[in-house]
Design a protein around this ligand. Structure first.
Ligand SMILES: C[S@@+](CC[C@H](N)C(=O)[O-])C[C@H]1O[C@@H](n2cnc3c(N)ncnc32)[C@H](O)[C@@H]1O
Length: 238
């Protein structure tokens, strides 16, 4: 099991929390981590990735297939449901919160999907270091942490820097699908990505709700609180 961190050096889109797992998460981790969690060498914090790290996804999945990345799947509600619908894709999820990864492992086992692998690390580093240029078919970021306060906006996952990186990793025509229940973050996503020269807003505005995406705890909570859900889809220009 990864050890808690002592140091934090960069501005990241998450808070390091106690990684204490409950009994069923511990059991899931012990039973399935070896099968579906891909270990990569870290730098000084457990969620970082060493510059020399690399993963051969074809041999990890045992097949060559279009690669999809999800950053921040949480308990894997969307990840596993969408993986079931994409049996012909290799899906890699980067999640920093170990108990959530353990819950995802249970869900993968329950649903019997085998086209998912999880890396316990910062997805921005994962995208940069473990995905080759133009090697990505789709990128998914659903309900990322909103970081409401202006002084925390620099922590938001969706940024011009991530867009630059996503543009370099997505294949021409590749899609970046996003969703949020916070309208100010939705506007921020639009402002950031509509302005990015490498991306085309596929629907010219808000996307219709992606009906393959299940309603997760975060979406349900937003709806219950009266918030509107915004979906967005961007296409990497050729
Ligand atoms: C608000 S939750 C949403 C979970 C899930 N996408 C859903 O819709 O239910 C955001 C998740 O993103 C993870 N996260 C935030 N920044 C991340 C990063 N840079 N890399 C990997 N995971 C990240 C958090 O640990 C958390 O589990």
């Amino acid at each position: 099991m990864p050890k808690p961190d002592r140091v934090q050096r960069e501005v990241v889109s998450y808070v390091r929390r106690s990684a204490r797992m409950n009994a069923s998460q511990t059991k899931a981790w012990d039973t399935y981590a070896q099968r579906w969690v891909v270990e990569v060498p870290a730098r000084e914090t457990s969620t970082s990735i060493a510059a020399e790290a690399s993963v051969d996804w074809t041999s990890t999945f045992g097949r060559e297939a279009p690669l999809i990345v999800e950053i921040g799947p949480g308990r894997g509600e969307s990840l596993v449901a969408l993986a079931e619908r994409r049996p012909d894709c290799n899906i890699v999820a980067f999640e920093v919160f170990v108990p959530a990864v353990a819950s995802t492992l249970s869900r993968i086992a329950r649903h019997g999907v085998d086209n998912v692998r999880i890396v316990v690390a910062n997805g921005e580093e994962g995208l940069a270091l473990l995905v080759p240029p133009a090697g990505l078919h789709e990128l998914w970021t659903f309900f990322p942490d909103p970081w409401h306060k202006a002084r925390h906006h620099k922590r938001r996952l969706v940024s011009t820097e991530l867009a630059d990186l996503a543009a370099s990793r997505l294949e021409p025509g590749g899609l970046w699908r996003l969703a949020t229940d916070w309208s100010d973050y939705a506007d921020w996503m639009r402002e950031t990505l509509d302005a990015h020269p490498a991306f085309e807003n596929l629907h010219g505005g808000w996307a219709p709700r992606w009906d393959e995406r299940p309603v997760t705890k975060y979406e349900a909570r937003g709806v219950a609180a009266g918030r509107e859900i915004h979906d967005l889809t961007y296409r990497r220009r050729p």
